[in-house]
Design a protein around this ligand. Structure first.
Ligand code: SF4
Length: 231
């Protein structure tokens, strides 16, 4: 028998994948998917809202901003098939959350345990920058998804914009607006009715190639969030 929260997540995922609410993002995701990058010309791009991925029983959520044009928007799985995905998955593997260090495509065998990975905006935005209206439009999906996860205790926000989205989401979920200032490695507690948050720099090449975020630092913050989620 399928657990009801698994059924709810699957139904929500179907709803998200069919969403065409943000006209600009619908146009962009489909344009990227039809024009393609030359090195992926043989790919049938996903070009739809990108579903979350991971363990429905997880106590830890990793929250990114939005899918990458030739990563999630191509492969149809969040943090899959681009440099940020490679870095993050290697770190999750070292932290004991992933069965393999790579995330290349939907049938690559990757399995996550104890962690569920989401994006605050489900469609690829031009220039990786969703508008505030687009972020607001997509936020209810995240609120609903987090409410379904029965064991959620910690959200690890990857990057400043995901951090703000997580604060907005928890403000929707809780009795009052929650606030926090982004600081890598900081833990934020909002009372017994809401998950804790931990902040991390985003594992983008801009950060990982410039020394802002090393592999050791990312593994450390993921392990910190994992331990909090299991305590
Ligand atoms: S960004 Fe979110 S709300 Fe907007 S079209 Fe995509 S799935 Fe729908």
């Amino acid at each position: 028998m399928v657990d009801s929260h698994r059924e709810q997540l699957a139904a929500l995922t179907d709803e998200i994948v069919a969403c065409r609410m943000c006209t600009r993002l619908v146009d962009w995701r489909e344009k990227v998917g039809s024009e393609k990058r030359a090195s992926y010309r043989d790919w049938d791009y996903w070009a739809k809202p990108v579903p979350s991925f991971g363990d429905p029983d997880a106590s830890l959520v990793l929250l990114g901003l939005a899918p990458a044009a030739h990563g999630g928007n191509r492969t149809g799985r969040v943090f899959t098939g681009d440099p940020s995905a490679s870095f993050l998955t290697a770190a999750m593997h070292r932290a004991g959350l992933a069965n393999q260090p790579t995330s290349e495509h939907r049938e690559d065998g990757l399995a996550l345990t104890g962690v569920y990975v989401c994006a605050a905006v489900r469609c690829v935005p031009p220039g990786d920058k969703p508008t505030p209206e687009e972020q607001r439009a997509c936020l209810p999906y995240l609120v609903r998804e987090l409410r379904i996860l029965p064991n959620l205790k910690v959200i690890l926000a990857l990057g400043h914009i995901a951090f703000r989205a997580a604060l907005q989401t928890l403000s929707e979920m809780g009795p009052e607006k929650v606030r926090g200032k982004f600081l890598h490695g900081e833990v934020y507690r909002f009372g017994p009715s809401l998950p804790m948050m931990v902040a991390s720099y985003h594992p983008s090449p801009r950060n990982t190639n410039t020394g802002v975020l090393s592999m050791d630092a990312l593994v450390k913050v993921i392990k910190q969030a994992k331990e909090l989620s299991l305590s």
